[in-house]
Ligand binder design. Sequence first.
Ligand code: UTP
Length: 297
Amino acid sequence: MEGMIPKVRKAVFPAAGLGTRFLPATKAQPKEMLPLVDKPLIQYGVEEALHSGIQNIFIVTGRGKTAIEDHFDVSFELEQALEAKNKKDLLAIVRGVSDMINVAYVRQKEALGLGHAVLRASELVGPEPFAVVLSDDVIDAEVPCLRQLLDIYEFFGAPVLALMEVEGDAISAYGVVDAEAVPHNGGDNRLFRIRNLVEKPKPGEAPSKLAIIGRYVLTPEIFHSLDSIGPGSGGEIQLTDGLKHLLRNRPIYGYRFEGRRYDAGDKLGFLKATVEFALNRYDLGAEFREYLKQLSL
Ligand code: UTP
């Protein structure tokens, strides 16, 4: 049907960054494989995509790619050993996610930036809309953050970025938007139309408190934009700069999502996420809470 908004069926997971904030743990493995309680970060992201209705997963890998590939592959020896020991629960956990997704990999040989990583997935994605998930941003939300963005996308058929309010100078670590509020859901002040974007503004120069975090719904025109721009902040091809290029002839929306985001690519953020996720676990939470209480802090 003409004018119908195409459905998002694919999600790109850039996982080729150097992870310098988490050295030495990230020397030989990508930070996306760091476990939060007992699951690697990237699996939380993949499950979020699945729960948002997306099953085709494209992972952009750099160093240590075998760890990610092995994680989503069948582990024949492990499955046999668990079967022999009749460990059915563990077997189901091991098989779970890899059974539910279609996964393909593409290599980013050099960490030339997030925009460059996304561009590497252009052939796999083809001429259709897609999601981007940065799995070092772990989001705890009642409705998966990506699902929240897809709901907006399905209305406008335009790119949607996840936004979060960040106070003070900490905003300089993010891509920041200048945006005007769009009436939505009885004035909940969550939906914005983007006027401009700036990657890592200097303190005092941020156009607002609204930072872009690691969930995006994009349309395929972004590939042309990423191809057209040169290196930006930090000498990298920035996704933010590609979006700014796209904004010249397409509307882009931002959505201040409901939920809590943890920057698990940062040591302190990772520790906070570990504590909160462990406290929320049905099998660990009670004992862990008791343990924390008896620490003399
Ligand atoms: P970050 O900005 O967190 O950079 O990347 P980084 O290099 O991974 O980590 P630090 O800052 O050095 O500690 C955001 C996301 O983009 C991916 C990363 O894997 C992460 O998911 N990325 C970044 C790439 O895939 N390729 C790149 O060239 C850069």
